[in-house]
Design a binder for this molecule. Sequence first.
Ligand code: PXP
Length: 247
Amino acid sequence: MTAKLNVNIDHVATIREARKTIEPSIVTAAVICEQAGANGITVHLRGDRRHIQDRDIELLRDVVTTYLNVEMAATDEMIGIAERTKPDAVSLVPESANEITTEGGLDVVGNFETVKNAVERLKAAGVFVSIFIDPNIDQIDAANKVGAQQVELCTAEYAELTLSARAAHGEGEQKAVAEVNRIREACVHAKSLGLIVAAGHGLTYRNVAALAAIPEITEFNIGHNIISRAVFVGLNQAVKEMVDAIS
Ligand code: PXP
């Protein structure tokens, strides 16, 4: 079965926040993505509110008819917002103030009690819980122990290895193949525990196929590359191309 695509529309809000204005509309973006074949919409409500704002979550909750997945840190403030707005899913992610984007997966092993508490609160509110982690067996086991229903495996390292055409040859290619194998083994382990498996971060039209061939992965969360392509071909076309690349 073809994996689902949730389009991360954070960077539509990045353009809006560059001017602190009302356009481009996050609501219009979500509707276009859904009409183009996206299975869901993903946004990251960051502590620093650099792109998505609290009001966006409320608007999207009313408008998104497919699946709304909100990425957030496991803080009291964020869990409270999820309890109130009730997205379909929350993906717990690590966050640090000066990062350009999420840097690697959440350390569930090292933050076990905090993450467990967040998962319990979210599940009690009827929200499906995913945790963004590195493709690492100990982190998968910890995500399972804290009660997560899904893990989203961080593909940042694979993305880095496949960034340029030059990297895709010789030694770079071997490293990328090794990383795909590491991700595949992590997927098999997660599924054997009963976890649903998603993947994301840094995925592109050029590198997604190797991961789309892993049957355990049932969902991709992809943002920057789709929004970048949308600048040139429009959002509708950009989403359709990613749906095609996955299938
Ligand atoms: N998944 C998670 C957990 C993320 O934090 C991000 C970035 O917000 C993505 C997927 C999407 O990454 P990209 O924008 O590089 O496609």
